[in-house]
Structure formats: structure tokens, C-alpha cells
Ligand binder design. Structure first.
Ligand code: PMP
Length: 392
């Protein structure tokens, strides 16, 4: 049986057009983008072209792009950078000493926030989500006050695809005077996202989620928000002094090309329609082949490519192993050797048992109808097998 990759939210395949843009850089380019000689200047020009493209993807300014190793680093820079800056600026008496994050953030936000709070640098409050998996801005308003330094809410959740009302959230955050950080890793390239229109101050993105190379991402900020960050990496002062380290030129060029292609696809609007039709067909066909199949999260407000599906009575880890060579993922995490259910699903009020029965399927640019047919067949067989084993 042929392999089928339905795990785009973990990492999307490299678009061959992105590779074509990177190969000449790898093959022919030489020099450090910060060197003043012509070799260095050529590298810097290529990086700046990519800066234009990546900022355009989120409606930001090219001069507000800080290239990083990925969204994990961008999220760390946003949270640690803002807290460090505030602590340094208000030694002794720190007025804004709380941060708020949603209960469904990626671990690179939640763990960073937890670390900052464990160190006593801030007080952390978690914004609960609705059963549908999104932040209700009334709940946020209840937590917001003039002692809040930063609020971090993702645009779209990686496990359920559910969208948060960022524009609404931004209005409240702006009134309170806090900084709004938005992890836009999963939304960009899938649905239009404009940081200017939505009012986010700092936005994290990652190249490998949009068919670009791995190991590159960016934090994009307004000038005002970036001025309120302390670096996480110190050194030669690259990237506005916020992220020292010689630039990964080929990776950044690839990221730029991936951003350009994503915008092009978005303008045509066809990819989202095609991918959501395939996703819906996957769900419908699984539901007509099997009993006890339901979806997690509010399906009326989610990414076109994602479905978090619960298969009653079937342990998801066992199903994923049994449905090889179809790739999808469980949201479970391995902590100190024991498997823990997805925190996202638990935050939405699912029981541990239900969360353990859930699998995320995420599709993308290269998913075909044939892939969906193969997946339906394989998944149905795996579910039937795992359910039967449970009966024994
Ligand atoms: N944020 C979200 C919402 C993600 O889905 C991911 C990747 N799983 C990350 C951050 C981390 O991105 P990266 O792999 O670029 O560090």
C-alpha cells in the first residue's frame, strides 16, 4: 500500500519550487550576510527579498521581521523578550507583572510562560477555552487589567484547527495597554491573516508548516512592540539586535519563496477549497464506514485542512501504529515515559478517555483524492482491528 502523509500540521512537505529557489543559494552563494563585501551584500539582498515576502504573508512590515530558527524560538523571543525587558525597565517596582496565555497554546508558549512564572518573573494566568476550543473574549476581558504585560493567543490551533477571534481579542488587549502576541504558525498559508488589520503586535510563523524548509521561522512585530523586547540570543547583534547569529541564507530564501507561493495560492483561493473538500470527504467517508466517529472542536470555525476525529472505543496510539503507512498524529505527549492525553482536548472539556481516542488528520497542497481513498480504507481497517482487540 502506498504511503499517505496526512500530518501537514506537524510539518508540510517541501514544495519543489521552494527547493529550486534554494539550490542556487546553496550551490553558488558564498559569504556571510553581515559582511560588507560584495559577496556578503548579495547574501543580505537575498535575505531582504525574503523579508519582504514573509512580512507580506502576515501584512507586517519588512523591517519588523526577525528571522529565527522556527516558531518555537519566535515564541520564546516574544514571551521571554517582553518579560525580560519589563523586568529590566522596572527594577524594584514592576507594574505590569502578569501574562495571559490561552489554555490551548503550543508547548513553546505554555512551557515558556510556565518557566517565566516558576522563576517568579511574572504571574501567569491561563485563559480557559470554550468546548469548541476557542477563546471567548468575555473570559479574556474578565482577566485583563492594567497589570497585564502580554497576552498570547494563537490564531489557529494545531490539533483542532479551531480559530480564535484575534481581532476582537486585540481590541480588548489594546485598551488594556498590554502587548498581544499571536502564534500564527498554523493559519498562515491556509487562511488570510493580517496582523495590521487584526491588531496583533507580535506574530510567530514557521517555514516548514507552509511547504518551506525546516529550521527557519520569524517573529514579526510592530516597531513599538519590538522595541519592548530584550534578546534571547546575544552576540553579533543581527536582526535588529534581537537575534544574534549568522543568518541561514538558503533557509530564509526558501522561507521567502514558500511565503510567496502561499500568497499566490491564497489569492487564487483554490487550495483552501480543494483541501477542505478533501478533508470533508475523509470525515464523511470514515463516518459512513464506521460507527462512533465524531469531530472535536467547533467545525464552523476552523482551518480548511484539519480534522480532529474521535473514534469511540479505539485507542488512538494503537490505531496510528496499525494504520501505517498512513501518517496522522495523536495529540498525546510523552512525559517522563508515560503517555499523557492532549492538553488541548482536555482544556476543551474532553475526558482523558475521549482525548486518548482522538486522531488529528491534517492535509495540504499535495494531498490527492487517491490519498483520501487509501487513508479511509486503512484507517477503517485499523479502527476495526483495534476495537476488536479491545473486546477480547
Ligand atoms: N506553534 C504552533 C502552533 C505549532 O503548531 C508549532 C509546530 N508544531 C510550533 C509553534 C513550533 O514550530 P517550529 O517547529 O517551527 O519550532
Amino acid at each position: 500500500m502506498s504511503e499517505v502523509y496526512l500530518d501537514y500540521n506537524a510539518s508540510a512537505p517541501l514544495d519543489p519550487r521552494v527547493m529550486d529557489a534554494m539550490v542556487p543559494v546553496l550551490r553558488e552563494s558564498v559569504g556571510n550576510a553581515s559582511s560588507v563585501h560584495r559577496f556578503g551584500r548579495r547574501q543580505a539582498a537575498a535575505v531582504n527579498d525574503a523579508r519582504d515576502l514573509v512580512s507580506a504573508l502576515v501584512g507586517g512590515r519588512a523591517s519588523g521581521v526577525v528571522f529565527t530558527s522556527g516558531a518555537t524560538e519566535a515564541n520564546n523571543l516574544a514571551l521571554r523578550g517582553a518579560v525580560d525587558f519589563a523586568v529590566a525597565a522596572n527594577t524594584g517596582k514592576q507594574r505590569r507583572q502578569r501574562i495571559l496565555i490561552s489554555a490551548v497554546e503550543h508547548s513553546s508558549v505554555s512551557q515558556t510562560a510556565g518557566w517565566l512564572s516558576d522563576r517568579g518573573l511574572v504571574k501567569l494566568d491561563v485563559i480557559g477555552v470554550t468546548e469548541g476550543g476557542y477563546v471567548d473574549s468575555n473570559v479574556l476581558v474578565g482577566l485583563l487589567d492594567d497589570d497585564v504585560l502580554l497576552v498570547s493567543v494563537m490564531a489557529a490551533n494545531s490539533e483542532t484547527g479551531v480559530l480564535n477571534p484575534i481581532t476582537e481579542i486585540a481590541e480588548h488587549v489594546r485598551t488594556s495597554g498590554a502587548i498581544l502576541h499571536c502564534d500564527a504558525t498554523q493559519i498562515v498559508g491556509r487562511l488570510p491573516f493580517d496582523m495590521n488589520a487584526s491588531g496583533a503586535d507580535l506574530v510567530s510563523v514557521s517555514s516548514h508548516k507552509i511547504c518551506g524548509p525546516g529550521g527557519v521561522g520569524a517573529l514579526i512585530g510592530t516597531h513599538r512592540a519590538l522595541q519592548q523586547l530584550e534578546p534571547v540570543l546575544y552576540g553579533g547583534g543581527h536582526e535588529r539586535g534581537l537575534r544574534s547569529g549568522s543568518l541561514n541564507v538558503a533557509g530564509i530564501v526558501g522561507f521567502g519563496e514558500a511565503a510567496r507561493l502561499a500568497m499566490q495560492e491564497q489569492e487564487q483561493g483554490l487550495e483552501a477549497i480543494r483541501v477542505s473538500a478533501l478533508r470533508d470527504s475523509l470525515v464523511e467517508r470514515l463516518q459512513s464506514n464506521l460507527a462512533g466517529v465524531s469531530q472535536n472542536g467547533d467545525t464552523s470555525r476552523r482551518l480548511p485542512n484539519t480534522a480532529s476525529i474521535r473514534f469511540e472505543g479505539a485507542d488512538a496510539e494503537a490505531v496510528v501504529v496499525n494504520m501505517d503507512p498512513i501518517a496522522a498524529s495523536t495529540g498525546s505527549a510523552c512525559n517522563a515515559g508515560s503517555i499523557e492525553p492532549s492538553e488541548v482536548l482536555l482544556a476543551m472539556g474532553l475526558s482523558r478517555e475521549t482525548a486518548f481516542e482522538s486522531i488529528r488528520f491534517s492535509l495540504g497542497r499535495f494531498t490527492t483524492e487517491a490519498d483520501i481513498s487509501t487513508a479511509v480504507e486503512s484507517v477503517a481497517k485499523a479502527i476495526t482491528r483495534v476495537r476488536a482487540l479491545k473486546q477480547v
